[in-house]
Design a protein around this ligand. Structure first.
Ligand code: SF4
Ligand code: SF4
Length: 388
């Protein structure tokens, strides 16, 4: 295993972190196959993974309720006497916070589930811009100060899918942020905070943890023929997983890549890749860019995310509605995109809030009939998440 310093935390973390949102399950998302999942964690830790990432809602029945991932991790570490061998990263459910007292209430519940007195890395989970303003008004920064001084939490940060301007705004408001968990893979360099966000983290010496390195598995499953043809042109032959992971580990602004693994086979495969230094040549880097361009050719509409159509008087988040629809077509994975669509876009900002007033149409730089496109989005995703 290869280890990196996680920004100013000073922690030496394995460059592969164990994500626990996609553990093997039985019939439903909340029924973790603990026997199989335990074998995976045991193997991972034995081979040098020292960061386990979980969150309050992982492996819950719904998207946002209390999940079983934290309890499983807590039980596994306690039973095997491994708590001090790993760093635990978990997250405060920022969307669920309604009062100042809620911060502490969730943290205490999480400590109990995890069977520990402290959390190494505590992140505000999936901060949207409205949630950031909400938790700030509820004095979240005082709460984080208290967590750090009491020792319940060793390092604080946030996870987010926001655009780079907001990422920078949030980082600049609190000098004690030490870690940010952000989405990155070779398709997403200019999506959400993208590479500009990573560069800013590096500049501020904030540890970077990466989510969605395989785009929920879509970069490595059912690869279209055009993409396989491109990979066959590479100077060094790699598997799709190797391309995706080594792309990230070739960046000096990536500290730890979280992979949500579902089988022991995946754990073994990822550990082997994480233990190999594989410098990608300039030719192969250009090939990765060509693969990304080809994937983008499969999109469902021409929205460039320029933002000229916003704001919509009804509050529809036109850009992200169209983007998630595009991603679903590009990667052929409705479930993963639906999860993003329903978690990242507020109830009132989804496609079904469009009243077809037509006001946005003249502003579209791509001449899209936006309400018609939103209707397609609505027909595709529906009005509620029912993909579990
Ligand atoms: S047509 Fe729909 S998206 Fe466009 S401005 Fe009107 S309500 Fe908003
Ligand atoms: S103006 Fe058109 S291309 Fe630009 S974000 Fe809006 S829908 Fe997309």
């Amino acid at each position: 295993m290869i280890y990196n310093k996680l920004g100013k935390t000073g922690l030496e973390v394995s460059r592969l972190g164990f994500g626990t949102m996609r553990l093997p399950t039985f019939n439903s998302n909340d029924e973790i196959n603990t026997e199989e999942a335990s074998k995976m964690l045991e193997y991972g830790i034995e081979k040098g993974i020292n960061l386990i990432d979980t969150a309050y809602p992982y492996h819950s029945k719904t998207l946002e309720g209390s999940g079983n991932s934290e309890s499983f991790v807590g039980e596994f570490l306690a039973e095997n006497n491994l708590r001090d061998e790993v760093y635990i990263s978990t997250k405060s459910p920022s969307w669920a916070i309604e009062s100042e007292d809620d911060f502490e209430m969730y943290l205490d519940e999480q400590l109990e589930k995890l069977q520990t007195d402290y959390i190494d890395i505590y992140l505000l989970h999936s901060l949207t811009v409205p949630d950031w303003y909400k938790v700030k008004d509820l004095n979240v920064l005082d709460f984080l100060d208290d967590c750090l001084s009491s020792g319940k939490v060793k390092h604080v940060g946030f996870s987010s899918h926001i655009e780079v301007d907001y990422l920078i705004e949030i980082i600049d408001e609190y000098p004690k942020w030490e870690v940010v968990l952000t989405q990155m893979n070779y398709l997403d360099e200019y999506y959400q905070s993208g590479i500009m966000g990573l560069e800013y983290l590096k500049e501020m010496n904030i540890g970077s943890m990466i989510m969605e390195p395989l785009r929920g598995g879509r970069l490595v499953q059912n690869i279209p023929g055009e993409i396989n043809d491109l990979w066959n042109m590479a100077e060094v032959k790699r598997t799709p997983v190797e391309w995706a992971l080594q792309y990230l580990w070739n960046r000096d602004d990536v500290d730890c890549v979280l992979s949500g693994m579902t089988s022991l086979e995946q754990v073994k495969q990822n550990i082997e890749i994480a233990s190999t230094i594989d410098k990608i040549s300039e030719y192969d880097r250009e090939l990765i860019r060509e693969v990304a361009r080809t994937y983008r050719g499969f999109i469902g509409n021409r929205c460039t995310r320029c933002g000229y159509c916003m704001p919509c008087p009804q509050g529809v988040d036109i850009i992200n509605c169209l983007t998630e629809y595009n991603i679903a077509h590009m990667l052929g994975d409705p479930k993963a995109s639906a999860m993003q669509y329903f978690t990242l876009i507020d109830d009132d900002s989804r496609a079904d809030s469009c009243v077809q007033c037509m006001e946005c149409i003249p502003f579209c730089t791509q001449m899209l009939n936006i309400p018609e496109e939103l209707q397609k989005v609505y027909e595709y995703f529906g009005s509620e998440f029912d993909h579990f």
